[in-house]
Write a protein that binds this ligand. Structure first.
Ligand code: SAM
Length: 468
């Protein structure tokens, strides 16, 4: 591992929980902590146990991450690329400390209420998929990423998650002033200098500098100042970084209270979690050190907005609803639910009807890339289904999948030719351990593999040394 920057070590002296010897040791050791968070829509957790064995993980011992209902540490790191259930969205590979977001949400908002949540810096989607698992079906998650290429990765992960109450936007934080007073919860998992990830990412060590910390500190303030307008009065802000630097953590916390009029909200942390409570005279936040718990470096703090917000600056576009005939074509593919069907970006999408109004507001105001559940296009009075629909939780149980063996599943995910017997002809999902992977079209004398080209596994073989 590269040398830890001495200026970082010097700057951390005296910070709550910092221990130079332990910090150096944990960065020198080869220990890797691997954790996943399961998708409760697909992989039920029953009495604290996974409802199914995760395929390639079946020989692996797993133990729960203490601050979440959905997280598990794995005793070794498998090649996730060669686990079909990884591609089915049955779980998300996520660093354990970040899963503490669950406590922040559970302890500050009533998750039984219909909520509007903005995840402002969302790619690749770790926090967004987690938030989706915690909010109810009447709640809306707007998952935003300013960098276009990263927004595409975010969409891929949201698609795998299978829910239909997420909108993905591609906007700069300052555009959210147009959504004044709209959100109940604002999550800002800010771009930061990244010292918390040094154990995983050597590059982060080489890129770290005191100037980078100051640059991030300035950017974090700008992002927050821009986005806070979109929060309602009494709305909750959850701020997090993967940096140990005081400027990006405690100083931002103080600035939010002193300059932005936010009220700090304290969380209850169990002593055995070994999370360090960090206090200034204005606020309290939570530090995660890898030598104190099983997870990477992380910081989180919660606030409530006390200022009144104006509302009503959003522009609403009229919905381009599907026709009755189109609805008749679509409905047999879907579970019974109160859904609205709208034309959006050359596709028909399905949205919970309760969220239609909010979709129209966001669509009229922001750069909306992905919304609800893309169902596909209607051609010659038939639905040509979108990949997302195969992975969706609203796909009808009547749309029977052809179950694949492990070898077939990998071939399918490589977008290779498949020799398969199917019970029926035409469009159908293929599944592995009953988790859908995507579509095939079974013709008279061949099977067409419709796994999206840009998602296919490029590696030919799973050698034990390969990492995801
Ligand atoms: N929340 C994500 C997750 O859990 O998977 C990780 C977010 S990462 C720490 C920070 C994100 O902020 C990156 O996706 C990055 O592209 C984005 N970002 C970079 N500069 C930004 C800016 N000026 N405003 C808003 N977001 C920015």
């Amino acid at each position: 591992m590269s040398q830890l920057p001495q200026s970082l070590i010097n700057s951390l002296q005296g910070i709550e929980g910092f221990d130079e010897t332990a910090f150096r040791q944990v960065h020198q050791s080869d220990e890797q902590v691997t954790s996943i968070r399961v998708n409760p829509n697909k992989t039920p957790v029953v009495n604290g146990r996974l409802g199914i064995g995760i395929h390639s993980l079946s020989s692996i011992h797993y133990s729960p991450v203490p601050w979440t209902d959905y997280g598990y540490y794995l005793s070794q790191r498998p090649s996730f690329t060669f686990d079909p259930l990884f591609h089915a969205g049955s779980y998300y590979v996520q660093e354990a400390s970040s899963m503490f977001l669950e406590q922040a949400l559970k302890q500050t908002v009533n998750l039984l209420q219909p909520l509007k949540v903005l995840d402002l810096c969302a790619a690749p989607g770790g926090k967004s998929t987690h938030i989706q698992s915690l909010i109810n079906n009447e709640s809306l998650l707007v998952s935003n990423e300013v960098i276009k290429t990263r927004a595409n990765i975010l969409i891929q992960n949201i698609t795998k998650w299978g829910a239909n109450n997420i909108l993905v936007t591609n906007n700069d934080p300052q555009h959210f002033s147009r959504m004044e007073g709209f959100f109940d919860v604002l999550v800002v998992d800010a771009p930061c200098s990244g010292s918390g990830l040094f154990r995983r990412d050597e590059e982060a060590i080489n890129e770290w500098s005191e100037d980078a910390v100051m640059l991030c500190y300035g950017r974090q303030k700008r992002i927050l100042a821009d986005a806070l307008a979109s929060l309602k009065e009494d709305g909750v802000l959850i701020y997090s970084t993967c940096s140990y630097s005081k400027q990006e953590d405690e100083d931002i916390m103080d600035w939010l209270v002193q300059e932005m009029g936010m009220e700090n909200v304290q969380l209850k942390v169990e002593t055995e979690w070994n999370i360090v409570v960090t206090q200034t005279i204005h606020a309290e936040g939570y530090r995660f050190y890898p030598y104190k718990l099983k997870g990477e470096g992380f910081f989180i703090a919660c606030f409530r907005k006390k200022e009144a917000s104006d509302s009503g600056k959003q522009r609403m576009v009229k919905p381009n609803s599907a026709t009755a005939k189109e609805e008749d074509i679509i409905k047999p593919w879907l579970k019974q639910a109160d859904l609205s069907f709208i034309h959006f970006r050359e596709e028909i999408i399905a949205l919970p009807s309760l969220l239609l109004q909010n979709f129209l507001l966001v669509n009229g105001t922001m750069n909306l890339l992905y919304a609800g559940m893309p169902l596909g296009q209607i051609m010659k009075d038939k639905l040509v289904p979108n990949h997302a629909l195969a992975l969706s939780i609203i796909l009808s149980d009547e749309i029977k999948a052809t179950e694949l063996s492990y070898e077939q599943a990998i071939k399918y995910l490589q977008r290779a030719d498949l020799a398969l017997e199917t019970k029926t002809a035409g469009w159908q999902p293929v599944s592995f351990h009953k988790h859908n992977l995507g579509w095939i079209n079974a013709l008279k004398n061949r099977i067409n593999n419709y796994y999206p080209k840009d998602l296919r596994i490029l590696k030919q073989t799973n050698n034990a040394a390969s990492r995801n």
